[in-house]
Design a protein around this ligand. Structure first.
Ligand code: NAG
Ligand code: NAG
Ligand code: NAG
Length: 659
């Protein structure tokens, strides 16, 4: 089969603001279809797709958080978008660029836009067209694809419109108790002299860039902390941006005011992905499901049919998500209050290249001196998965098993002021990320660029990148390093080359474009056929009323006659609100929470496919600090009429008291 194997390398260069830096930040809803779409899919068994983890509601909405940075002297721009998504794909990026170019000409191109997925595992799938090339059974979900394109585009437009003079400051803070290495035995394969440079087997520092207006008010913040957003495990069925997404929501509330609804504030705070390849938030580590004995994928197996998976630190996955998110939020707030290092000065620029990974030859890298051996040449391999990828990780057996369809990667490096951002197309392990940072810090030192940040899961998805030594262990991350044992070395060579080009201002070849699969898409997700209310009922009728009275900490539950949520994703809006009565005479209610808030859950259930009836169950866990008063729950939706057409409806519960 004549397939084309592409990796993309991106170096994000900083346009330095000798004259000045302008920055704008924007946020938009990118929530995917909340029902009947799988979060992740397993490869086929016996010729049938095995769809797992089908979504049926929303806990936290997904957002795209965009930052546009411009060098006032050269008008060079760099766009960085962190998206609450498992990863980014070239198809999404291409469509976003197409729309940007229609509106802004050549201001935004392949050479200055970075889309980085946070890597939340609880978000709808089916938007990475490339996987279809090898595994057409996975299916393409147009609604997910469109949700990302429209939302990401909107967030960039918003940031573009808000461009204003700004300063940029860097700070970092250590966060303990929020991450562990999930393949510690692989980490130990790295040379002892190299490991001795580091206190921990995962990175514990949160790196923060903050953008400030000339009057020192905060425009936005980007944080990078290495952790998988897998606090929500693979039994979860509700869309969730997981630990990093909730940390963003908390920080945006803290800075915009606690009454600001998620996704609606002016100040934008992204918690973006970095070298999280071997890093788990499940701090209790892997244990057997029932016996609670310590276990490990492949090595220390549990008895009988018991599964081995990691969890913690909380009592359940929601509690764990909240605890990890709170640690990230607290750390980020601490970093924000610390005096920052001014990194405004320096040019803004970016270089990017698509790379055909299997064809690459690279110099061998010495991790002890961070130099290349010019008399030793290594090669890339055609993509393949090692045996142990099938065993999965202790964060969830068999997550993202669809990897074997991967064909691409692309290095990109951007520089903004004194900061160099290496946007990497996959999941670098802890040590792989450290090597890249060390190498690029050396390469950029002459240009007074002191800080190097690895932005993970950017633009394309090319699986894991483990070190050569870790590769020999062939655990999950190594077995998923699809371009072979020298994958990291190829990237290190490329990123060094791109960084040098960025700093010297020399152009780089764009490289071969990844193949376009948009003509070959198929979907196995059935369309919504029709909706109907049960006899004697209307859409929006409340079937199960809340109790008349609640206390703080209680959970309010209500059930409504519902339409299918895929009739409208309600971006920037909500499927439900919690409302407080402000004035009895005027019947005036204010919204205190939406479906994007932590305290609420929106769960959808199809009662009968044939009759088209369904229910929406809405929950509100009344948080501490809630103002006592009269409340109600409001449900919004759209139904598909059997003879055609989609119509909005809404309905509310009886009012109830919170005391
Ligand atoms: C917002 O909430 C946080 C966390 O609950 C609290 O510490 C802070 O004081 C609140 N801010 C305002 C302005 O009420
Ligand atoms: C997921 O978390 C829930 C608790 O929220 C727990 O009951 C379940 O066993 C966990 N499953 C896996 C596979 O991690
Ligand atoms: C460089 O590679 C060559 C060929 O593999 C090898 O003989 C030599 O020892 C290496 N040099 C260093 C400094 O590692």
């Amino acid at each position: 089969m004549g397939r084309m194997l592409i990796g993309a390398c991106c170096v994000f260069a900083c346009v330095c603001a000798a004259v000045g830096l302008r920055v704008g930040a924007g946020i938009a809803d990118v929530t995917g279809p909340p029902a009947e779409v799988a979060f992740k899919m397993k490869p086929f068994q016996m010729g049938y797709a095995n769809f797992e983890q089908i979504g049926h509601g929303i806990h936290l909405r997904q957002f795209a958080r965009a930052f546009v940075m411009e060098d006032e002297s050269t008008l060079q721009r760099v766009v960085f978008v962190s998206v609450d998504a498992a990863m980014m794909g070239n198809g999404v990026r291409k469509e976003v660029l197409k729309r940007l170019q229609k509106r802004y000409g050549d201001t935004y191109t392949e050479d200055n836009v970075i889309l980085s997925g946070t890597h939340s595992h609880s978000t709808p799938g089916g938007f990475l067209m490339d996987f279809l090339f090898d595994l057409p059974i996975l299916g393409f979900v147009k609604e997910t694809y469109a949700a990302y394109i429209v939302g990401i585009f909107k967030s960039i437009v918003m940031a573009h419109n808000k461009l204003a003079p700004a300063r940029m400051e860097y700070s970092e803070v250590e966060i303990l108790g929020a991450n562990i290495n999930r393949s510690p035995t692989s980490y130990l394969l790295n040379p002892p002299e190299e490991r001795a440079k580091y206190k921990y087997d995962v990175d514990k520092n949160l790196a923060q860039l903050r953008f400030l207006s000339p009057s020192n008010s905060i425009i936005g913040v980007i944080n990078w902390f290495a952790v998988h957003p897998t606090s929500m495990n693979n039994t979860n069925r509700l869309i969730s941006s997981d630990n990093v997404g909730y940390a963003s929501v908390m920080m945006e509330k803290a800075l915009n005011g606690n009454n600001t609804q998620p996704g609606k504030g002016n100040i934008v705070c992204a918690f973006a992905s970095t070298n999280l390849g071997d890093v788990s938030p499940n701090t209790r580590g892997p244990r057997c499901e029932f016996s609670r004995a310590v276990c490990d994928q492949g090595k220390l197996v549990c008895s009988g049919k018991e599964r081995c998976f990691a969890s913690g630190p909380g009592r359940d996955m929601f509690d764990s998500t909240r605890m990890i998110a709170t640690k990230l939020f607290d750390g980020a707030m601490k970093a924000l209050e610390q005096p920052g290092e001014d990194v405004t000065s320096g040019p803004v620029g970016m270089v990017h290249q698509f790379v055909s990974m299997p064809d690459q030859k690279a110099y061998a890298y010495d991790p002890l001196t961070d130099t290349f051996n010019m008399s030793s040449v290594v090669n890339g391999c055609v993509p393949s998965m090692g045996y142990s990828f099938a065993a999965g990780t202790t964060d969830g057996p068999g997550l993202f098993d669809f990897k074997q369809g991967t064909i691409s990667g692309n290095p990109l490096v951007a520089r903004v002021g004194g900061v160099l951002v290496a946007a990497v197309p996959g999941e670098f392990t802890t040590m792989a990320g450290r090597r890249l940072r060390r190498l690029l810090a050396r390469a950029a030192a002459a240009a007074a660029t002191t800080r190097v940040i690895v932005a993970g899961l950017s633009n394309l998805y090319s699986d894991y990148i483990a070190t050569y030594e870790e590769y020999q262990g062939q655990r999950y991350e190594a077995a998923s390093t699809i371009f072979g044992p020298h994958t990291l070395e190829i990237y290190l060579n490329k990123y060094k080359e791109l960084t040098e080009a960025l700093i010297s201002g020399n152009p780089v070849e764009p490289g071969p474009s990844p193949p376009d699969f948009s003509e070959q898409l198929i979907t196995l997700v059935p369309p919504v056929l029709w909706d109907a209310a049960p006899w004697g009922r209307d859409f929006g009728d409340c079937l199960l009323q809340p109790r008349p009275r609640y206390s703080l900490g209680d959970t309010v539950t209500a059930t409504f006659v519902s339409g299918h949520p895929r009739n409208s994703i309600r971006h920037g809006r909500t499927y439900m609100t919690v409302e407080r009565l402000e004035s009895e005479e005027d019947d005036a209610w204010t919204t205190v929470a939406t479906d994007a808030d932590w305290e609420t859950k929106y769960v959808w259930k199809r009662n009968s496919k044939i009759l088209g009836t369904s229910e929406a169950e809405v929950e509100w866990e009344i948080p501490e600090g809630t103002t006592p008063g009269t409340y109600r729950i409001h449900h919004y939706g759209n139904y598909k009429y059997i003879l055609g057409g989609i119509y909005p409806y809404h309905g509310f519960t009886d009012s109830f008291e919170v005391t």
